[in-house]
Design a protein around this ligand. Structure first.
Ligand SMILES: Nc1nc2c(ncn2[C@@H]2O[C@H](COP(=O)(O)OP(=O)(O)OP(=O)(O)O)[C@@H](O)[C@H]2O)c(=O)[nH]1
Length: 206
């Protein structure tokens, strides 16, 4: 697929459709870090670079009402985050966007320059030698390929077809390396457990 260059019309999607089992449930994006939620921190960094923003989440959308953004529910059940990416790509196409940038809602320290560095799409972020498959820029045109990937799942292929990496590899997505500041935190540190949350609160205090 042709790489989409800077100058593309970009939509941003914060991924909040998971179950947060390791945190004991609830909405990780609504966790507070100082005077802002994790979601607010992410939106503040995405907003200047995005023509449209939305949240990928299931259940009652009212819990995100204060943000005044579209809340996109999964329309394919049981396939994990790629269901959110597909809903996001379909929504972004309706917004006249060429690129969808996805960011997990539990990743509060994304860099301000994330979106331009991820262009041209398709691409994904790397830090400290680790790949962050959901910190990514997707050409909106790849929704047909993704729908086909999710529509062709069999019991034997489920594991492979539901991996975010499978889509990125099919698109020959480019890895973009981000530096980890010596005094931390990793820009893509995510909050999975109460211990991660405690650490993130310390980092947010500086
Ligand atoms: N739309 C959508 N997003 C999902 C789904 N599962 C996970 N995600 C999102 O994908 C990202 C990575 O999720 P995981 O770390 O696998 O799951 P989690 O819910 O964050 O946490 P655990 O349940 O503790 O694994 C997070 O931003 C989740 O909100 C899903 O089924 N649908």
């Amino acid at each position: 697929m042709r790489a989409l260059m800077a100058g593309a019309r970009v939509a941003g999607l914060v991924m909040a459709g998971g179950m947060a089992r390791r945190m004991g449930g609830g909405d990780k994006p609504l966790l507070r870090l100082g005077d802002m939620t994790c979601l607010d921190r992410i939106l503040t960094r995405l907003r200047p670079c995005c023509a449209a923003l939305a949240i990928s989440a299931n259940g009652d959308p009212a819990r995100f009402a204060a943000h005044g953004l579209p809340v996109l529910a999964d329309r394919v059940a049981g396939v994990g985050p790629l269901a959110g990416v597909l809903a996001g790509l379909e929504w972004a196409a309706g917004q006249g966007c060429d690129v969808l940038v996805t960011v997990p809602g539990d990743t509060p320290f994304i860099p301000a320059g994330l979106v331009p560095r991820l262009l041209p799409a398709p691409s994904f972020a790397i830090s400290g030698g680790q790949r962050h498959s959901l910190v990514a820029a997707w050409p909106v045109g790849c929704r047909t390929l993704l729908a086909r990937q999710l529509g062709s799942i069999t019991p034997d292929t489920r594991r492979e077809m539901t991996r975010v990496r499978t889509l990125a590899d099919a698109l020959a997505a480019r890895g973009v390396d981000f530096a980890v500041p010596p005094d931390g935190p990793d820009p893509f540190m995510n909050i999975n457990t109460p211990a991660d949350y405690a650490l993130a609160r310390r980092h947010a205090r500086g």
